[in-house]
Design a protein around this ligand. Sequence first.
Ligand SMILES: [Zn+2]
Ligand SMILES: [Zn+2]
Length: 170
Amino acid sequence: MNPFIVNVADLVNKPGARRHEHVEGRLPGPIMVVDSSLRTEVPAVVDGVLEWVSDGLLVTGTVEGAWEGPCRRCLRPVDGMLKVDVQELFEATPRDGESYPLGHDRVDLEPLARESLILDLPLVPLCRDDCRGLCPTCGKDLNEGDCDCLPSAADVRWAALDVLRLAGDE
Ligand SMILES: [Zn+2]
Ligand SMILES: [Zn+2]
């Protein structure tokens, strides 16, 4: 059973009716963007207020999940949490890219959870902002100390590569 399906019979067509909702469950995977992926073994959480407005059901709250991926520079495994503010409309006749479908007396919050978390996955996972990466010449992890190659060559090359790959991801 899909834990993200919520019965909203008490709200439909009742202007101003609202209530708090909290659902969580595992999203089917894999869900990934470039190198970072959603940790689908960790439950995703949708928490917020459901409210009937003139056009449909408005969901305002947060979506939480967890991600993991290799550091873009040194390849060490990195993970972290995601928390996304959302405000989305569910309508009987959804508009593509604008709103989500409202079923008969129920909504499925899974697409909202999935899409919000995908948009929040880090494009350039870093173990830390100033990660020095691997030396492109000898492969040494420069976080553990300098190698005998030209100083700072790695920093410059990785910074340029991050920019190029980011542009390519757009
Ligand atoms: Zn790193
Ligand atoms: Zn080196």
